[in-house]
Design a protein around this ligand. Sequence first.
Ligand code: CUK
Ligand code: CUA
Length: 621
Amino acid sequence: MSDREHDHGTGLSRREFLGFTAAGAAGTALVPASLLSRQAHAAGKSKYEVAPGELDEYYGFWSGGHSGEIRVLGIPSMRELMRIPVFNRDSATGWGQTNESKRILGESARFQNGDTHHVHMSYTDGTYDGRYLFVNDKANTRIARIRCDIMKTDKVITIPNVAAIHGLRLQKVPKTGYVLCCAEFRIPHPNDGRFLDEPDKYHTMLTAVDADTMEIKWQIIVDGNLDNVDTDYTGKYAAATCYNSEGGVTLPEMMKADRDWTVVFNIPRIEEAVRQGKYTTIGDSKVPVVDGRGKNNPYTLYVPTPKSPHGVNMSPDGKYFISNGKLSPTCTVISVDLIDKWFAGKLKDPRDVVVAEPELGLGPLHTTFDGRGYAYTTLFIDSQVVKWSIADAIRAYRGEKVDYIRQKLDVHYQPGHLKASMAETKEADGKWAVSLCKFSKDRFLPVGVLRAENDQLIDISGEKMKLVHDGPTFPEPHDAIIVHRSKVHPRKVWRRDDPYFAETVAMAKRHGVVLERDNKVIREGNKVYVYMTSVAPNYGLKEFRVKKGDEVTVVVTNLDKIEDLTHGFCIVNYGINMEIGPQQTSSVTFVADQPGVHWYYCTWFCHALHLEMRGRMLVEP
Ligand code: CUK
Ligand code: CUA
């Protein structure tokens, strides 16, 4: 590929450049953070190499696409630190098999797959608060919450009345607030088979979920479909893209219109409608459903947007929603102030809220920000990231002769999301960006027909973007966030009263068992409860005896208090394995369907005598 990188030049000296930033971000916390980060870079700390023994400055939280998981990376090293199973099954930890994980997965535990696209961290006052992550499942219309203190999934819910949750964002102020979820595919309501071949009866909805209780608060029906969503910094608005305003069910039908739209939701008005009972319900669901269809309803504003837009991104100064044109070479910049005016009845044409529509290149999908007034947009078809000035794009839209494009950087290849450090908070610090490329082709040794994706690290701290690292990943990171490490405070050892295994503790109590002390087998009919402790390199029970056909529940409590001293519990030829971290209790239930001697053993290499950490399950015929 030819080197198409070129610099349009800012024409500004470093001093003027910083001065511009200060003016552009007046009144926010952005300026000091940006200046500090620039100084750190000037002092030579911008290397992406993180030496052995050193820690990364940022956490990266990656969605895992149709692997169904979340991954945790260190930034800038791009080292993969952890995988958090969410909608998938996990052989190492027993996610999807332990009783604790099955309770969390609920009735949806019957699904073995998931498709995560958008992972976001909870906010307080417009920045990350380190409490939770939330992620969508497009495959089975679910969302999940992950506790950041233990980095485990703690809630999974299915969204009713809709299909294929794709876009997912959180309210940023005063705190999260709602988790807002876009269902991408239109379906008939009710979807019970009575309407099949009548696409005019299909529709979709935005769903608002309470982040603290995970209760579904309301849904709002829209025209067209919903793709991505973002929220503003006042708590009033969310905006979502629609690529199928046509309501088509085939590709040519969905591509017909030259403009689809960005739909803006007026959240206080929707809440008011729910309070006043201006809603319906669908089928058995009790969720209030507000009707946001039609050009003249009070809840939504449909802003015509070229063409089949995909990502929508709120600028960290809180001023603009930016919709990424996908089939149009443009991004559409929508002003939050003008949205206020629209809903106050002061504007006539929905397009009046648009303040810029810069032409950026082919296939704009997603935009990120550096907190210094620049936007960075991925160009899927051009395989580039384009850096552009929002202020200059606005001037150009007003008719001034200015070049808003600063640089185009080749990436490899076909980028989707692009995320800069802290970019989705008011503390955007403009140090690193990651371009999540869909194809890697010639960038890595070939590994069969299936290839890795390529997550490319870009240094955005200077005036020119610099590509510094290629990171192969398994299918398929769609999105990521880069969170400063000061925001995240994971535990090192489990709390004995952690709600994660509270139901198992309650069961032990009913059996009169003290988990921290007892090793015993309790039989209730053909149900057998096996309680044991673990202290490296020993299980509290060297053996236990059951009968063929018994339903066996094994509960292991790890008494080790040492950081990083995890044990496993695996039964040979029974398909059972689970993780028991320091001070954790884990349990698993299965039917003893094979008589004979079945060794159980520890799967985490925990001690010099780890191999000897085992015992026998004796199953009488
Ligand atoms: S994403 Cu889900 S299709 Cu561009 Cu936010 Cu990849
Ligand atoms: Cu315990 Cu290995």
